[in-house]
Each structure stands twice: as structure tokens, then as C-alpha cells.
Design a protein around this ligand. Structure first.
Ligand SMILES: Nc1ncnc2c1ncn2[C@@H]1O[C@H](COP(=O)(O)OP(=O)(O)OP(=O)(O)O)[C@@H](O)[C@H]1O
Ligand SMILES: [Mg+2]
Length: 504
């Protein structure tokens, strides 16, 4: 077998895909894509929503079968490319939905599904357990910790470690930083760099140019299912060049012309709100104002937003909307909805779209309630609303009648946002509105919210994306211990200042 150990001429590249394509009926998700991934590198994958990134890594990891093309590992074209074959060859996809069993310990989670045999054919659990514990300790995770108690970044790490523990040589991460704070991202990146030094190869999908430039060695950009370009030397790329490859044109970054709302009568007045992780004395929001809520997890930004929409129970507090009297905060979302409050959840998968339904039905769904109250559903008006938001959100699909679960991740999110906007609220609460959305559409989404605010709608934008807050908000509240610790507004808003304040 010695001759097999001799490195092939192309051994520099652990993985090559050649001329891969994938069609779903008339939809060409991938058209003849060829990419080579260098051993021990972090290879970035970038592209608009629906460009084919998840499809590509789905094929590489064996989840989907290609319509054409080949995959080669270590210079050898693979005959069988199903999940089992790919995992046996050392290729693992770490999905966003963490495949973690909460009631088991971290170490036990690593060993899930692994059935190694000792020399006599029996499992050496003791050795396995010791190996798992050693691997975890180097990562800062207590092997005995219950997985259910781990935070988001530890769970991400646990998933990566499990892939490695199962023999992973090429580990694919599809948007792993969604839902992570700035600090957590740094922790994850340091961790990836350490594993890379140990010889692990990563394929890393992200919509953030700065992340790609920070952590990747090489990058490939997909556009409309084809390879639009890329570089083997990330150091030679700029953020502008990346955007241009993604979009096929230059990117006009959105910047709101901040409005001063001093002295205006508030549209929303909150007083004495007490809820889990929330202890807020007072907050007023003017009509047309966009207020950013940010802070570390558990600091109260997200929790207050959810309390205002009746998703989290409150122990005390009132809300006044416009000229109405101050009342207790909504008890549930339908209460909130009736009062003219709309909410876009950051967990679009759980609280967001109804996936088997069409895009049109999803968009029409929430606005339907208000219209049918008049006694009938105006289907022509409904069709107009659907068409308007389908266009405005730039949803990439053959048409509004298509089922939501055939859309790419980012396009599903656009449907959710379209649905929330279609309710025409007085107070719009958006939680991480552009998470998972590509850089071009991100500007469109911020523009849409900006335009909406100019019609007098008050907006609360809960976000951990400092760039987004700086581009879109009139005022930014930094939360700590359930209350607003500091506020930035007008010209005082800058990315550096905000980053410093959130981490302080
Ligand atoms: N099961 C399916 N049926 C029909 N079309 C599909 C199916 N799965 C994916 N597609 C289409 O394939 C294309 C590529 O989708 P993919 O999920 O790979 O995009 P992506 O680059 O990962 O986008 P995002 O950034 O939004 O996650 C999209 O147009 C999508 O609608
Ligand atoms: Mg995707």
C-alpha cells in the first residue's frame, strides 16, 4: 500500500469540485462550478442570497446529489458521494441547527454516533471518553458540562469538534456566525485558526466581507449558480472588490440621513417596564424615529423588544401609543398586533415563515386579519400588497406562488420581513433584520425601513450588527442589566464608538 501514500501531484489541494451542476426542475441552482480548496486553509464562499452556496456545500457534504460534475479528494475522483461516503472520507457539514443533545454532557455529545472498536472488536469507551475530554479541555469547554447549558459559541465549537472527533479533515460551516455577538465571533475565529494550524481545512460561508477578509486564505464567489471569481490570495482582495464580485456591479452603501426628534411629542412611551432581564424606567420614541437596541446577550435589548410585542411576560409597566391612554404592555402578540405593533423575529425558522405555504400566502397572512375584519377579503388589494412586497424585497423566486421552503435561507427571511411590513404597523420592531441577508439586499432592507419611518412609523431595531445600527438608526440605546446604560445619537454615532461601548 506504500505507493498510495505518495502525494499526488495536486496534493496541495485537498478538495476539488469540477463542473458541478444542480437543477431543481427549471431552476439551475448550480451551473458548472469548479473550485479547488487548499489543504489546511480556510476557504471562503460568498454570494448573494440564492447564489447557490448552500447547494454547493450540500453536494460536497453528500446531502444532495449533483446533476453533473465530479468531486475529488486528495486527487482522487469519488465514485460514491452520499453523506456516509463523504463523512468517511472526512468531509463534514456543520449545520446551523446545532445537532446537540441537551441533556448529555459535552463529552458525550462528541461521542454521539461513534462506534469505534478496539482490537477485540469492542468499544473502548474509556479511551474514547478520555480523548473527548482532552479535546474539549483545549477548547475551554468543560467536558462534564451539560450541553443544554452551553452558550451559542460553545455549541458552535462543540459541533466543529464533533466533526473533527469523527475524523473530519474538511469542515464546512454554512453561516456559522449568525446569532453570534462580536466577541463570540472573535472566539470562534481564534478557535478555527488554531484548528487550521493543526491541519484542518475549512469551507466558510458568510455574508460579511470583513469576516471573509479577516479569517479566510482564499475565496470563491458564486453568482446565479456560476463561479463569478475569487482569489487564492485573500490579502490581495478588498471589501469593494468582493462586493463587486458578489453583485456584478459596485455597491452603493446605504446611510440614513439622521433625523433629530428632539421636542417632538412621542408616538411610543414606555414607563416602568419590569420583565425578565428588563428593568426600564422610561423610554419615549418619536414618530418616524428609528431607535437601535443593542448590548450583550441577556442585557435587555432583545428582551424589552419581545416584552413590547407580548412575547415575554411583564411584571409591571405601561405603554402609551399616540393619543391613547397608557395601558399595560400587551399580554400576547395578537394584543400587540391589534394595537398596531408588528415584530420581525430573529428566529425566522421558528417564529417566522410557514414553510409549506407560498410566498404570497405568507405575505398576505398577517395583513389578512385586519382586512377581513371589514367583513370580506379584498383579493385584488391582497394581490397588490403581495406583488408590492415581492418586488420591494427583491425575493429571488420564479414567482409569488412558489413554496417558501424551496427558497434559499436569505430569501426566506425576506419573505418574513415582507410579511411584517405588509401589516402597516405604527410601531415596527425588527430583531436582526438583515441577518443572513446578502450585502446588496441588506442595503435595500435598510432603505425600506428608512422609507417606512418617513411615513411616521416608529421603529425599534434590535441588532448586534454595529454597521447596520450606524447606517440606519437615529439613536442607539446600549442596554445593560435590563436598562439603557448609554445612548448615542446624531453625529455622536460612529462604528468605533459603538463597538467600544458595547464591549465595555
Ligand atoms: N428543493 C428545492 N427546490 C427548488 N429550488 C431550490 C431547492 N433548493 C434550493 N433551490 C434553489 O436553488 C437556488 C440556490 O439556493 P441556495 O440555498 O444554494 O442559495 P444560497 O447561496 O445558500 O443562498 P442564501 O445566502 O440565501 O442562503 C435558489 O434559487 C433556491 O431557490
Ligand atoms: Mg444558504
Amino acid at each position: 500500500m506504500l505507493h498510495n501514500a505518495r502525494p499526488a501531484p495536486e496534493d496541495d489541494f485537498i478538495l476539488r469540485v469540477d463542473n458541478l451542476s444542480k437543477s431543481y426542475g427549471a431552476v439551475h441552482a448550480l451551473r458548472g462550478v469548479s473550485i479547488a480548496v487548499r489543504r489546511g486553509s480556510i476557504h471562503g464562499l460568498l454570494g448573494e442570497n440564492g447564489a447557490g452556496k448552500s447547494t454547493l456545500v450540500g453536494i460536497i457534504s453528500g446531502q444532495h446529489t449533483p446533476s453533473g460534475g465530479t468531486i475529488a479528494l486528495n486527487g482522487r475522483v469519488l465514485e460514491n458521494t452520499d453523506v456516509r461516503a463523504m463523512e468517511e472520507a472526512g468531509v463534514f457539514l456543520v449545520t446551523q441547527e446545532p445537532m446537540i443533545v441537551d441533556h448529555l454532557s459535552a463529552a458525550e455529545n462528541l461521542m454521539l454516533g461513534i462506534w469505534p472498536s478496539g482490537p477485540g472488536g469492542f468499544v473502548s469507551w474509556r479511551r474514547l471518553n478520555a480523548d473527548a475530554a482532552r479535546m474539549l479541555e483545549g477548547s475551554g469547554i468543560n467536558p462534564k458540562a451539560r450541553a443544554g447549558r452551553l452558550d451559542a459559541v460553545a455549541r458552535r465549537k462543540l459541533n466543529i469538534l464533533r466533526a473533527m472527533f469523527s475524523g473530519g479533515k474538511v469542515i464546512i460551516l454554512d453561516e456559522p456566525t449568525a446569532a453570534l455577538t462580536v466577541t463570540d465571533r472573535r472566539v470562534l475565529f481564534d478557535f478555527m485558526r488554531r484548528l487550521k494550524a493543526e491541519g484542518v481545512t475549512f469551507i466558510f460561508i458568510s455574508h460579511y466581507n470583513d469576516e471573509i477578509l479577516d479569517i479566510c486564505d482564499a475565496v470563491s464567489v458564486l453568482r446565479d449558480g456560476s463561479l463569478a471569481g475569487g482569489s487564492d490570495d485573500i490579502g490581495a482582495m478588498t471589501s469593494e472588490q468582493l462586493s463587486e464580485l458578489v453583485l456584478g456591479r459596485g455597491l452603493a452603501l446605504f446611510q440614513r440621513e439622521r433625523v433629530s426628534h428632539d421636542g417632538k411629542a412621542p408616538l411610543v412611551s414606555l414607563r416602568g417596564v419590569v420583565a425578565e432581564h428588563v428593568d426600564l424606567a422610561a423610554l419615549d420614541i418619536a414618530p418616524g424615529e428609528i431607535v437601535g437596541f443593542t448590548g450583550l446577550p441577556g442585557a435587555g435589548a432583545k428582551e424589552l423588544a419581545r416584552a413590547i410585542f407580548g412575547l415575554n411576560p411583564t411584571r409591571a409597566g405601561t405603554i402609551r401609543l399616540g393619543d391613547a391612554a397608557a395601558v399595560a404592555l400587551p399580554r400576547d402578540p395578537s394584543d400587540a398586533f391589534a394595537a398596531g405593533i408588528a415584530y420581525l423575529s430573529d428566529d425566522r425558522r421558528r417564529e417566522g415563515s410557514v414553510s409549506q405555504m407560498s410566498i404570497a400566502d405568507n405575505i398576505a397572512m398577517s395583513s389578512l386579519g385586519s382586512r377581513s375584519r371589514a367583513g370580506f377579503i379584498d383579493s385584488a388589494a391582497e394581490a397588490r400588497v403581495v406583488e408590492r412586497y415581492f418586488q420591494a424585497m427583491g425575493i429571488k423566486a420564479p414567482g409569488p406562488q412558489v413554496a417558501v421552503d424551496t427558497l434559499s435561507g436569505g430569501n426566506q427571511q425576506k419573505v418574513c420581513l415582507g410579511r411584517v411590513l405588509a401589516t402597516e404597523p405604527r410601531l415596527l420592531i425588527v430583531d436582526e433584520p438583515t441577518r443572513g441577508i446578502d450585502i446588496g439586499v441588506k442595503q435595500d432592507v435598510l432603505r425600506i425601513i428608512d422609507r417606512l419611518s418617513r411615513t411616521g412609523v416608529a421603529v425599534i431595531m434590535v441588532s448586534t450588527d454595529t454597521d447596520e445600527l450606524v447606517r440606519a438608526a437615529d439613536r442607539i440605546c446600549i442596554f445593560e442589566h435590563g436598562a439603557i446604560r448609554e445612548t448615542l445619537s446624531g453625529d455622536a454615532i460612529s462604528t468605533e464608538r459603538l463597538r467600544r461601548m458595547v464591549q465595555a
